[in-house]
Design a protein around this ligand. Structure first.
Ligand code: MLT
Length: 308
């Protein structure tokens, strides 16, 4: 078929897929939030569980790392190919982990709030008391446990090493042999208990599935090193919030940073709730959109299924 006679595809875009990605679409791909009877869908985090796919949909591209917002079983039944953008936002997430590590150590947020609400007239003197009140430990020399050694976890592990931390890693899906291909300075363990037992900070980078639901629960927290700071820039459901609260009350977990707040975590003490900003950088949004657009074109135009 001559190039100008190529079949036209209608692509429904949901939640502002980055224009940098959409620019790569060939002329025979019409992308808009308003197309009717789409052949494919590009989505960021809108929940598609109740979405009516329509008879022509053959492809769903998730511009992100997780597919929890896509009804995978229903798509499989209908023969709809679902892809995602693994690693595309890994750097954005890694940088938020760094911020989370620092915010969980030093109560800078409390300090900023204190200054904002200060009503006295001797700030210089009162700052002395604030310096004590909002003080916290440095990262250097502490042990960082990285759970999940995929694209993001590996970057986080490397960042921990760069910050002078002792880094331990565990991955529930990766064989120890593959995990050991990592930076040799990462102490990869086969049992998460070994990591919970030693780490001052633990950061989660595993997908949320039926197997990983409540991964951090009473069993692991009961052997955690007291003073643990837990960082979850992945999915809220990885942590059993009731168990977490119990171990917070007992002083075992001193801080929790979660990038997926829900009513339960918003009521927790010692918790910093972030409104899912891990991938909210123009760079991550662009990288994710570019990856799924390439996958889309490859599939609809050539029948190839790409995973990266
Ligand atoms: C992801 O799974 O990578 C994130 O949820 C992406 C996003 O924030 O949309």
């Amino acid at each position: 078929m001559a190039k100008d006679e190529r079949r036209v595809y209608k692509i429904k875009t949901m939640n502002n897929i980055s224009k940098e990605g959409l620019k790569l679409l060939p002329a025979n791909f019409i992308a808009s939030p308003d197309v009717e009877d789409p052949d494919a869908i590009l989505v960021r985090s809108a929940d598609l569980h109740d979405f009516e796919f329509g008879p022509n949909v053959r492809f769903v591209g998730r511009a992100g790392a997780g597919v929890n917002n896509i009804p995978i079983d229903r798509c499989s039944e209908k023969g709809i190919v679902v892809t995602k953008a693994p690693g595309a936002n890994a750097n954005g997430v890694k940088e938020l982990v760094l911020l989370a590590l620092l915010l969980s150590s030093r109560d800078v947020l409390g300090g900023i709030d204190w200054v904002r609400n200060y009503k006295g007239d001797a700030i210089g003197k009162d700052v002395e008391a604030a310096k004590k009140r909002f003080a916290g430990p440095e990262l250097m020399g502490k042990t960082l446990g990285v759970v999940g050694l995929g694209a993001t976890g590996r970057r986080v592990a490397k960042m921990g090493i760069d910050m002078g931390m002792n880094v331990m890693g565990f991955d529930p899906f990766l064989s120890i042999g593959n995990a050991l291909n990592l930076d040799t300075r990462v102490n990869v363990v086969e049992d998460p208990k070994a990591l919970f037992n030693k780490a001052d900070y633990i950061t989660l980078h595993i997908p949320y599935t039926a197997d990983t639901k409540n991964f951090v629960g009473a069993e692991l927290l009961s052997i955690a090193k007291p003073g643990l700071r837990l960082i979850n820039i992945a999915r809220g459901g990885l942590v059993d919030v009731k168990a977490l609260k119990k171990f917070m009350d007992a002083g075992v977990v001193v801080n929790y940073v979660v990038d997926f707040p829900d009513p339960e975590t918003m009521r927790l003490p010692h918790t910093i709730n972030i409104p899912h900003l891990g991938a909210s950088t123009p760079e991550s949004e662009e990288n994710s959109a570019i990856m799924v657009v390439r996958q889309l074109v490859d599939y609809l135009d050539h029948g190839n299924i790409r995973h990266s």
